[in-house]
Design a protein around this ligand. Structure first.
Ligand SMILES: Nc1ncnc2c1ncn2[C@@H]1O[C@H](COP(=O)(O)OP(=O)(O)OP(=O)(O)O)[C@@H](O)[C@H]1O
Ligand SMILES: [Mg+2]
Length: 414
């Protein structure tokens, strides 16, 4: 508790008591889930999700749904929001709709996904059923799930977020066949699958394609105007009068230029405020936005490479240096390897074989940091790979060389 009798002069100047820039910074936190009054620009998408699940308010089976779109386009937000409103609406007529939410990036096996659904929808004191953390076979988790569903729900909506991360699509088949196979008698099940991959349905096995009849909705990247509305709706994160006129328009324009990613736009705005705070100013101006964009990208890239071993970093640095000094954007493994070799020699690090370097490049491709393409040299003459950096080369260089182990590097690598 703040001591009101504390005089100003008693304060330790190491800490800040006055927030000159932010009033409610938490509104711009990446983990903050905005309330309904702050969701803007997705009315038609919300309506289409609502249309698919509408039968649930009468206790009837909803349509299954697949939602696609790039990162930060509001897929998770809109799905959660509509399912919450649906449950509230259904409850008015004493229809029980419950939603399970599975992050398939975390729960990527069939067993862990079904276990998560069962435990989220269960209430052991009501059902007398337990869902143990481990020890049951997959089939037994399903059996408990079916009993829980019939005991507790008229309709269950299962949200499978990042659905393309699931090891296989078996769970889709079982959930979509549960009714016709009499696994459940009272409860109807609707699945909402969410994915970044527009071609996700192509991966589905034929058996699933036939049982999982669904609607599809695509969430396009936000336009600069829509991002502007989203940010305007959060501007009470700042103290009144702190935001310069052009700050939100520039932030939204920069974010729209790339992927129309609302998460990134919000992050840039927050970093702009933080930079202004660090500079001990009382206003956020466009210069802060430009710096903030770079900081946002660097932070993001930092998170991606945080777990990358130093050899991987040296390889990425090689690709970044090649990109910076030439007009080209794609480089053969050989060229990356030559630059990598001079970098490791310069900083006194062990040198890996070209074959190992190529393997590490493939791993980075998996993390979406680079894009690798294999091209045939013609019949019987083998294949070669080329690699292209997907991140901004300058940011990659800055982030990697900030690592102390690259202190000796002064750019001659390329
Ligand atoms: N229409 C919107 N109105 C207000 N805020 C939004 C809107 N869309 C997205 N946001 C903000 O952006 C964040 C990211 O949105 P969301 O999590 O729905 O993205 P996503 O499409 O699921 O992305 P990913 O594919 O990365 O999971 C939300 O938490 C929210 O703060
Ligand atoms: Mg999401």
């Amino acid at each position: 508790m703040a001591d009101e009798n504390h005089s100003e002069t008693d304060r330790d100047s190491l800490f800040r008591y006055e927030e000159p820039i932010f009033a409610r910074e938490e509104l711009l936190d990446i983990r903050h889930i905005p309330g309904p009054e702050r969701i803007v620009g997705r009315d038609t998408h919300m309506q289409r999700v609502a249309n698919a699940v509408n039968p649930a308010i009468f206790g009837r089976p909803p349509k299954h749904l697949l939602i696609y779109g790039k990162t930060g386009t509001g897929k998770s937000l809109v799905s959660r929001h509509v399912t919450e409103r649906l449950a509230a609406e259904a409850a008015k007529d004493e229809v029980t709709v419950r939603t399970a939410f599975v992050d398939c990036g975390e729960e990527n096996t069939e067993t862990s996904a079904v276990k998560t659904i069962a435990s989220q929808l269960n209430e052991p004191t009501e059902t007398g059923i337990s869902v143990p953390e481990r020890g049951l076979a997959t089939g037994d988790y399903y059996k408990r799930l079916w009993r829980i569903l019939d005991a507790r729900c008229d309709v269950a909506l299962i949200l499978l977020d990042e659905i393309d991360m699931l090891e296989d699509d078996e769970i889709l088949r079982k959930l979509s066949r549960a009714g016709e196979n009499n696994r459940v008698s009272r409860c109807s099940i609707g699945v909402i699958g969410i994915s970044n991959k527009i071609d996700y349905p192509d991966q589905l096995t034929e058996r699933v394609k036939s049982s999982f009849q669904h609607d599809e909705i695509v969430f396009k990247p936000y336009t600069a105007d829509q991002l502007g509305d989203i940010l305007d709706n959060r501007c009470d994160a700042f103290r009144p009068g702190v935001l310069g006129d052009d700050v939100i328009p520039l932030t939204s324009a920069l974010a729209a230029q790339e992927h129309g990613d609302a998460r990134k736009a919000i992050d840039i705005l927050r970093n702009a405020g933080r930079i202004a705070t660090e500079e001990e100013l009382t206003e956020v101006v466009v210069g802060h936005v430009r710096k903030a964009k770079e900081r946002t990208e660097a932070n993001r890239f930092n998170e991606i490479v945080a777990g990358t071993p130093v050899q991987g970093k040296a390889i990425l640095l090689a690709l970044a240096m090649l990109t910076l000094v030439s007009d080209e954007t794609e480089f053969s493994t050989k060229r990356v390897y030559d630059t990598y070799t001079s970098i490791v020699n310069e900083i006194g690090m062990d040198q890996l074989s070209e074959r190992r370097v190529n393997e590490i490049l493939q791993e980075q491709a998996f993390l979406n940091v680079i894009n690798s393409t294999r091209t045939s040299r013609g019949r019987g003459r083998g294949v070669y790979s080329t690699h292209r950096l997907l991140e901004d080369a300058d940011i990659v260089r800055k982030v990697i060389t900030a690592d102390d182990r690259f202190d000796e590097f002064d750019g001659v690598g390329a």
